[in-house]
Design a protein around this ligand. Structure first.
Ligand code: DQA
Length: 144
């Protein structure tokens, strides 16, 4: 089983960026934690981060027929992108949306997600643990 973990714009700045909201740990620490957790379950992981919407669309398309599940934190594109959910629908790969912060308790515009409707679940406000929860949801879904 292979899970692709995608992080959108500004998540490469984890550790520097608004640590009161996103925490003090870095993206590579997040990736290490997820890869160790999944590795322990015999699951392969691949990680991708981009600040560019079209590159994220390209990466989702490249997952077609070679990836079992997608964990995606579309970051700011959550609230603006139609192309990213269209790509997830196009490849037909089960996906879970993750947000480090609880987007429902922040600014009004963060309550809108164009990605949620194409995902089997959304995990918000659980920081790094949310990515583990997302993997668990997808693993259970695929084992059914
Ligand atoms: C985020 C929430 C988004 O609103 C924001 O634009 C991000 C990160 C989160 O993980 O909490 O960049 O997706």
């Amino acid at each position: 089983m292979k899970i692709l973990i995608i992080n959108g714009p500004n998540l490469n700045m984890l550790g520097i960026r608004e640590p009161d909201i996103y925490g003090a740990a870095t993206l590579s620490q997040l990736e290490k934690m997820v890869s160790e957790y999944c590795g322990g379950l015999g699951i392969e992981t691949e990680f991708y981060q981009s600040n560019h919407e079209g590159d994220i669309v390209d990466r989702i398309q490249a997952a077609y027929l070679n990836t079992d599940a997608i964990v995606i934190n579309p970051a700011a594109y959550t609230h603006t992108s139609v192309a990213i959910p269209d790509a997830i629908k196009a490849v037909g790969i089960p996906a879970v949306e993750v947000h480090l912060s609880d987007v429902d308790k922040r600014e009004e515009f963060r309550r809108i997600s164009y990605v949620s409707p194409v995902c089997i679940a959304t995990v918000k406000g659980k920081h790094f643990k949310g990515y583990i929860e997302a993997c668990d949801i997808l693993i259970k879904h695929l084992e059914k």
